[in-house]
Design a protein around this ligand. Structure first.
Ligand SMILES: O=c1[nH]cnc2c1ncn2[C@H]1C[C@H](O)[C@@H](CO)O1
Ligand SMILES: [Zn+2]
Length: 361
């Protein structure tokens, strides 16, 4: 099969479930905002700063990868900064052909200059609304839903869960926990997850990225996660290969596949943190072959120097995936989104399927 042109992948409608607002800033914006608030950066030229983020995040360790966020979070402490970053996020995703995006961030990390949690959420929401309106006017409509994240090492998850529910009809579509995984199991936040279930709200949990099966098991069987943020280490519960005809799924892997629990896989991010050795050896190939509910995501576009189109191009090249696989991944993501079923269906039938049909010809 001939390689798919990158420009065609950009044109293809894409759905993104796992993208961090504070991991996707434009380097030039960081420089301008840092100047305004007096934050010192490791580089002051946009190209050099972008390269610094990728190199520093390319650490082989989730903990060191996360240290780079100090420079983005520092410039997202004012309503203007938050608004601008959210607006540019919507514009950048739309320009990359993303038609549906769930973007997450942790409001508790944006209180250093006196903002309240509500002021943080209001500023970000307004930025997304403005960015989406501008993108639509430019002919690239995008629907953005927000996930509010609580940091797993901190103790504010209940408060953030309540904040998410309060904003459920005002742009927030779900909840998440993130941060260093080892030593901070999801069950630390069980109260928050039980509260969200009682409220019929949706949540995903970063699990099975830097820590293995116990974290995934807790996220699903104790906390009731709708989706898994990463979940890539689920392969530790699978033996054999489809080619060898000897694949055996352990109980947990079988449960995740049987229940169609979506995996928010982030290939480039996983290679940087050491969760996968390379794109070609990324477990997404096996998980796709075994028909798990696989989705492809960017995680942090700045730290990985990536985009949705680039992630798809890398996978297409590594695994020989063509339009049918890229469409399958996109529909998987859209089916797994946290917006209402009828709205998901409308995007699948009115945007995604016609978009791929046009490209497939
Ligand atoms: O891939 C990740 N795993 C765990 N935590 C992460 C990942 N990417 C970003 N984060 C953290 C750092 C951010 O400051 C926070 C909220 O977006 O979430
Ligand atoms: Zn993440």
């Amino acid at each position: 099969m001939a390689a798919i042109a990158f420009s065609d992948i950009v044109e293809a409608p894409k759905a993104l479930l796992h993208d961090h607002l504070d991991g996707g800033l434009r380097p030039a914006t960081i420089i301008e905002l840092a100047d305004q608030v007096g934050h010192e950066l490791p580089a002051t030229d946009p190209v050099a700063l972008g390269e610094w983020f990728v190199a520093a995040a390319d650490s082989g360790s989730l903990e060191r990868y996360l240290e780079t966020f100090a420079h983005t979070v520092a410039v997202m402490q004012t309503p203007e900064g938050l608004h601008r970053v959210a607006k540019e996020c919507a514009l950048d995703l739309a320009a990359d052909g993303v038609v549906y995006a769930e973007v997450r961030y942790a409001p508790e990390q944006h209180l250093e200059r006196g903002l309240s949690l509500d002021q943080v959420v209001d500023a970000v929401n307004a930025g997304f609304v403005e960015g989406a309106a501008e993108a639509a006017a430019q002919g690239a409509p995008i629907r953005v839903g927000v996930l509010l994240t609580a940091m797993r090492h901190a103790a504010r998850s209940q408060e953030i869960a309540e904040l998410s529910v309060r904003y459920r009809d005002a742009g927030v579509v779900g909840f998440d926990i993130a941060g260093a995984e080892a030593g901070f199991p999801p069950t630390r936040h069980l109260d928050a997850f039980e509260y969200l279930q009682r409220e019929n709200f949706h949540f995903t949990i970063h699990a099975g990225e830097a820590f293995g099966l116990p974290s995934i098991w807790q996220a699903i069987q104790w906390c009731g996660a709708d989706r898994l943020g990463h979940g890539v280490r689920l392969v530790d519960d699978i033996t054999g290969t489809p080619a060898g005809g000897d694949v055996v799924l352990g109980r947990l892997a079988a449960y995740v596949r049987d229940k169609r629990i979506p995996l928010e896989l982030c290939p480039s991010s996983n290679v940087q943190t050491g969760a996968a050795p390379s794109i070609a050896e990324h477990p997404i190939g096996l998980l796709h072959d075994l028909r798990f509910r696989v989705t492809v995501n960017t995680d942090n576009r700045l730290m990985s120097g990536t985009s949705m189109s680039r992630e798809m191009a890398l996978l297409s090249e590594a695994f020989g995936w063509g339009w049918s696989e890229l469409q399958w991944l996109t529909i998987n993501a859209m089916k797994s989104a946290f917006i209402p079923y009828d709205e998901r269906l409308a995007i699948i039938n009115e945007v995604i399927k016609p978009g791929y049909a046009k490209l497939i010809g």
